[in-house]
Design a protein around this ligand. Sequence first.
Ligand SMILES: [Zn+2]
Length: 237
Amino acid sequence: MNEELFQEDAYLKQCEAVVSTVDEQTGSFTVTRTNFYPTGGGQPGDTGVAFDSSDREIRITDTQRNRATGFIDHFVEIPSQLPQVGDDLYMEIDWERRHRLMRIHSCLHLLCAVIPGRVTGAQVYDGRGRVDFDTAEPFEKNQLSYSLNLLVQQNAECRILSYSMSELNQNPGLLDSLSVPVPPVEGQVRLIHFDGIDIQPCGGTHVANTEEIGRVKVTKIESKGKHNRRISVVLDD
Ligand SMILES: [Zn+2]
């Protein structure tokens, strides 16, 4: 069992879990359930802390999905502090950092609604982020900032939808409206819908409504080739 609590509740700051496996080689461990988001979809993995039943503090400096097992590895700062299999843990993410990541990540979804072009890449950092679009159009920083902030102020709700591939294929209108193509997955596709603004497949963590993103500013527009515009944005408060 490796329950991924952040999938349903991006606001879960703490959780209780039991250690499933420990890897001394990499200095990491897995748990029965976790609120720590692993690096993926352009969003960095969570950092935070775990406490064992003796109130011993274990600092977690990175979270990654293990390619071989598919489980979520929590990397500790000091390998000698690794917990043991079967230990009970109280896990706490660095919420301030995660919330900034959620705000920027959500803002990048709004950017997809503002720019008419296929997304070819995206990266979220703490307090800033960027998206690459397949487009040759020129853009203007202040105009993009203005458009983004208008969308933020719409206070549009974020909903998580789940579709099977066959449901999606029966719904070509929905498929056409996605900002990024559906990744080749089996089973269910997780779609993130900012009401009336943007819908796309995404596995990351998002704010509950756009107003929570706060004021944002487009800082850079770069041409990375003829048909590529890289747009960089920061939290502006
Ligand atoms: Zn997303």
